[in-house]
Write a protein that binds this ligand. Structure first.
Ligand SMILES: *Cc1c(COP(=O)(O)O)cnc(C)c1O
Length: 422
């Protein structure tokens, strides 16, 4: 059993939908990111079902995977987008996104990014500090528009996730301390170049429990009530992204399990006029992709058995960065060699360059492996470290494969570099 029904074994070979992975490796070489269009659609439909008949907007947290083909798929399905940079704004628009469904998050928005987003006419800026609020007001005044504003508040709740992907605690750099929010809302309310439209939070990623969300919601609702008392009303409430996925044996929340109580609580508090926004990233794409890689060398040392593969931390950074666990599936399992405990490592000159550790497998040189659940924060975090061209990306639709990004060439990697005169 794999973690995704779109990546299953048929006749002893792992497939992406109805294409055997070895065929894709032959055509496009490895390392290769392979995505399933059906898996994207099914992940989306979970959110579509959970919001059916509701005043809600799902803004794909596009930093999880920002290939234009993926963005276009979600755009066609009705998604808005949560962006965190001017680059992501350009990408979203290039993929056909509607500006009035784009929300802009991030602690360090630069002036050019704010200008670009104002020019595009985005739905809202998720403002993360007093200084940013002032800058936004200044630029909007200069341009002669009113900037739509939501304050990203930090509700100080523990999402019980990895410290690097926890964002809603007091010590995190994100958001505005919830105690400081009323004063900033009051300041924004009297600014002629700002228009208050909402409130938002994003408390972390790979969240598996509902309590942190409901704790955050409770704090946001108290804030909303306080603001209403001061004559400040909002149009939307954005709970951010963060729903977890199954990498190993986790039992993630479904969008319905998260949203049903949210809608119920809003109704109880007489706040069902508020549009509910979510910003899911990982849960829309994580299990829709695998990283296909080939074993270059088997190396037995006194302490360890290594399978040196052609993918590395530059292709998939999560294990190095967060000690993340990804399932490793031999694409055509065999028992030609005895089962041993392997560390799956890449060719990069860093001891942190590993993809999986202590996995009991029967492996030969030349075998193909699928690193599962690599659709989120895989390619989008990839680098060219060690002058390694970034992998190609393929989107599979039933028996058809679409190359959605060719492998980079080595020459492309230094084409822009200049040697100065002596
Ligand atoms: C990263 C991010 C998201 C998406 O998070 P996931 O855990 O991938 O769902 C949503 N909103 C903001 C502000 C983010 O930074």
């Amino acid at each position: 059993m794999t973690v995704s029904p779109q990546f299953e074994f048929k006749n002893g070979t792992l497939h992406a939908e109805n294409i055997p992975l070895p065929e894709l490796a032959d055509t496009y070489a490895t390392p290769l990111y392979v995505y399933s269009r059906q898996a994207l659609r099914e992940a989306w439909s979970g959110y579509a079902r959970a919001t059916e008949g509701r005043n809600a907007l799902i803004c794909y947290g596009m930093k999880a995977n920002s290939n234009l083909a993926i963005l276009h798929e979600f755009q066609q399905l009705g998604a808005g987008f949560d962006i965190v940079s001017g680059g992501e704004l350009a990408r979203a628009l290039a993929a056909g996104a509607r500006a009035d469904r784009i929300v802009f998050s991030g602690v360090g928005k630069q002036s050019w990014e704010i200008r670009a987003a104002l020019a595009a006419g985005i739905k809202c800026f998720n403002v993360e500090s007093a200084a940013e609020l002032e800058r936004l007001a200044d630029i909007a005044r200069e341009v002669g528009v009113r900037a739509p504003v939501s304050l990203r508040v930090n509700p100080d709740v523990d999402a019980h996730t990895h410290p690097y992907i926890s964002t809603g605690l007091k010590e995190n750099k994100f958001g505005i301390a919830i105690e400081d929010a009323p004063e900033l809302y009051a300041w924004a309310a009297q600014s002629p170049s700002l228009q208050i439209v909402g409130v938002d939070c994003h408390i972390g990623s790979q969240i598996l429990e509902i309590d942190p969300y409901l704790d955050a919601l409770g704090k946001l609702l108290d804030l909303i009530a306080h603001l209403a008392g001061r004559g400040i009303t909002l149009k939307h409430l954005d709970l951010g992204g963060g729903l977890g996925i199954r990498y190993h044996d986790e039992t993630p929340l479904t969008p319905t399990q998260l949203l049903d109580p949210v809608f119920r609580i809003l109704a109880e508090r007489g706040l069902d006029h508020l549009q509910v926004i979510l910003e899911p990233g990982r849960s829309l794409v994580g299990n829709a992709g695998v990283l296909l890689t080939r074993v270059e060398y088997i190396k037995h040392t006194e302490a360890r058995n290594f399978a040196v593969v052609d993918a590395a931390m530059n292709d998939l950074m999560r294990p190095s960065l967060y000690e993340a666990w990804h399932d490793v599936e031999p694409v055509t399992p065999h028992s030609n060699t005895p089962d041993r405990s392997y560390d799956i490592v890449g060719p990069i000159c860093e001891s942190g360059d590993w993809l999986a550790r202590e996995r009991t497998l029967s492996l030969d040189q030349g075998d193909l492996l699928a690193i599962m659940s690599a659709g989120a924060y895989g390619f989008s975090m990839a680098s060219q470290y060690n002058t390694r061209p970034r992998a190609a990306e393929v989107l599979v639709d039933d028996t058809r494969a679409h190359l959605i990004r060719p492998r980079e060439t080595v020459q492309q990697l230094y084409a822009c570099e200049r040697i100065p005169p002596a």
